[in-house]
Design a protein around this ligand. Sequence first.
Ligand code: UFG
Length: 322
Amino acid sequence: MILVVGGAGYIGSHFVEELIYEKEVIVLDNLSTGHRQFVHEKAQFIEGNLGDEQLLHNIFRNYKIDAVVHFAASSLVGESIVNPLKYYENNVNATFFLLKTMLSYGVKKFIFSSTAATYGIPSVDIIKEDAPTNPINPYGKSKLIIEWMLDDFAKSYNLDYVILRYFNAAGAHINGRIGENHTPETHLLPLILEHFLGTRDSISVFGSDYPTKDGTCIRDYVHVTDLAKAHLLSLHALLENKLNREVFNLGNGSGYSVMEVISTCERVVQKKAIIQIEERRAGDPAKLVASSDKIMKLLGWRPEHDILSIIETAWKWHSSRT
Ligand code: UFG
């Protein structure tokens, strides 16, 4: 049985959608940002917090958990600068309790959602896993601290882990049942699509003076189902003892500027966007593009969706909800 923490959230629910066909699944989620209706009907659902020690003990005592896949986190860069306490509590503390409890029950396989934000402002064009980690905001720091914790626990307690550093997760499941829905929404793609649906008057572009081709930030957008599949491959490899203590980047390997994302959306939706150029947003590096060669080589991962398909699936989901 696999415990998926945060399985009602955006990326966690897409992973369960893949996993449910091969394993029994328990989803633990406090629904602070996740959605009850995102939990797959075949998964068991437990509503609760990682800080609830009794609940965690009950789960590990009552179920035979083979591995834990941990998606639950606070994950907004801007919010982490305003309220770092929340990030050290919800990310570092909560994960510490989860690891401590699972280890005390002899559960030793762990997959962790990390982020490109651990790299900070990279000095290379395409980021490999061995690039220096210098996070520039509390969100990235909280994730890197957990990575260090995993490494120490692996050395001392034989924890087996895979860390997946996501670049910009985007898109929606092709079945149209689940997609990206945050409140408040801060992510670029859903904000653009909400503008086209008429719920926002314009799109803000944060900064037009970055050292990039058109002055706007460049990101590597990767489809959420491709991320889910990378988790599945990592889980197989961990359970079959084929790898351990690995860190993998997950991105498509191509960068798109904010203006390019907007113009591709205009093409898909066949409408013209109203754009407002604003100040830079704190904590945003100019360019983040992944090399995912390592997971391609070691696990045979291949992202199937390009930027167009990411936007098309996201648009299908967003437009069907109104
Ligand atoms: N942006 C705008 N206008 C908006 C919203 C975003 O111009 O209204 C820009 C941002 O400045 C950024 C790009 O669009 O350049 C993408 O922004 P998102 O908020 O969609 O995503 P981020 O790149 O900030 O966040 C992602 C992940 C985080 C991760 C971070 C690393 O969601 O988990 O990359 O910097 F930490």
